[in-house]
Design a binder for this molecule. Structure first.
Ligand code: ZLM
Ligand code: CA
Ligand code: ZN
Length: 406
């Protein structure tokens, strides 16, 4: 903790409850609570708690979650567990919510796109309700710190679940904490800019505000065919031409940056700074929400980009320079040791600290997670670049930047 200082001129708050680590999506499901445990170990190991106000999150209330989600869906989420699921499926008011999902032949789905089959994206698992209402509570507490002027930057690494819809779970996301946060912000701020660097399209947030000019959504994501099977990279939406719901006042207030696999630091940084810089200048937001999904890092189990932690962090540093109230949330990230490195590094950036690259292995409870010979034991140790089926070679970045500048 030597050398860790509180930032001059701004206040940072950190919102977390270790009970989110009790959840388990399933043995081989890619979403792991372990990445949050490791992140906490690094943040505390480096002593970053001395640079911020840390708050233990409390669960969100059902009424708070109803500000966006369907009341039946909220009731279901509050009561569901592997034990109660079969009986709940038979309850009349839930039966009308069987989703018309294109995947229902792959896994057998109950209401709200939920399932107890092990292969499901959104399984029903033990401790699920606790987990959902806690990550949401942390995001809402972080938001409250901002709107009341008590923090300038508020962080919740357990939040950022950008795919959840009004009455449907999707892509590992059940409650859309980001939408709930932005709804709270709109009581205070005239315009909110949402930026999403998760490797997946932030479709749930975009959809929620597609008719709304007071929220601009900007997602950078892998887009297109991802292998020879003809499947598209999840969720398949977010091409350059989707810019908000046509014929409504929300048209032109959604921006999408579809990217092929393999994009590197230099290309991504150029895209990110050009487009985000222009969006800030043109939209003049009053506050910003930044979703920092770490599955855009190289070496991610699901992602297909080749970003290093440094470039991922530069996005945070760039957005912070706008000096606007800033909510930072997590999101995806499936190679736990790299997720923890990135989010710890970004916690340091938010609080104006420069961390020594040597991870304090004598202090973190699980040093072996960070001391693999093959991966090095530095904080910013670059993941090895990988090649992917449709790698980003000569995409015309300049053309993309120009097309988005309308
Ligand atoms: N099948 N197990 C990102 C959300 C990505 C849809 C393909 C499931 C997986 C994946 C689940 C244990 C965020 C799709 C998947 C049958 C249709 C996705 C369970 C492996 C496993 O081993 C697995 C048996 C599972 C799911 C891989 N799912 C990889 N990619 C995506 C959702 C969420 O990062 O953006 C924010 C947190 N789903 O591609 C299928 C098409 C359902
Ligand atoms: Ca994204
Ligand atoms: Zn993702």
């Amino acid at each position: 903790e030597q050398g860790i200082t509180r930032p001059k001129g701004h206040k940072v708050s950190f919102h977390y409850n270790s009970r989110v680590e009790d959840m388990h999506f399933g043995k081989t499901h890619p979403m792991k609570p372990w990445r949050l445990t490791l992140t906490k170990h690094l943040v505390l190991g480096y002593g970053l708690q001395y640079a911020m106000d840390t708050y233990e999150a409390v669960a969100a209330g059902k009424d708070q979650v109803r500000a966006f989600h369907d009341p039946d869906y909220v009731d279901f989420l509050a009561e569901v567990s592997p034990e109660t699921f079969p009986a709940l499926c038979e309850v009349e008011k839930y039966k009308k919510h069987i989703a018309n999902s294109p995947y229902q032949d792959l896994v057998d789905l109950g209401p709200f796109n939920l399932s107890t089959s092990p292969g499901a994206d959104c399984p029903v698992f033990d401790g699920m309700s606790t987990y959902l209402f806690l990550y949401t509570g942390a995001t809402l507490a972080a938001t409250n710190q901002l709107v009341t002027g008590q923090s300038d930057i508020a962080l919740n690494w357990s939040g950022g679940l950008h795919h959840a819809h009004k009455s449907e779970a999707s892509g590992f996301c059940y409650i859309n904490d980001i939408v709930l946060s932005i709804l709270d912000m709109l009581r205070v701020y005239p315009r909110v800019l949402y930026i999403d660097i998760d490797v997946h399209h932030g479709d749930g947030v975009e959809e929620a505000f597609q008719r709304q000019p007071r929220v601009m959504t900007l997602s950078y994501h892998r887009y297109g065919q991802y292998d020879d099977t003809g499947h598209k990279f999840f969720p398949g939406s977010g091409d350059l031409n989707s810019t908000g719901l046509k014929g409504t006042i929300g048209e032109h207030f959604a921006l999408n940056v579809p990217i092929p696999s393999g994009i590197d630091d230099r290309q991504y940084t150029h895209l990110f700074q050009s487009i985000t810089g222009r969006a800030l200048e043109a939209y003049k937001p009053s506050a910003i929400v930044l979703q920092c999904g770490a599955d855009s890092l190289g070496g991610d189990r699901l992602g297909q980009f080749n970003l290093n932690i440094k470039a991922h962090g530069e996005c945070v540093a760039f957005v912070k320079k706008a000096r606007l109230p800033l909510l930072i949330v997590g999101g995806g990230g499936y190679t736990a040791r790299n997720v923890a490195r990135a989010w710890c590094h970004e916690t340091a950036l938010a609080s104006d600290n420069k961390l020594p690259d040597r991870i304090p292995l004598d202090i973190v409870p699980r040093p072996e997670a960070f001391s693999r010979k093959s991966h090095g034991n530095g904080l910013l140790f670059p993941p090895f670049p990988r090649t992917h089926p449709n790698d980003c070679k000569d995409v015309d970045l300049e053309l993309m930047i120009k097309k988005l500048d309308y």
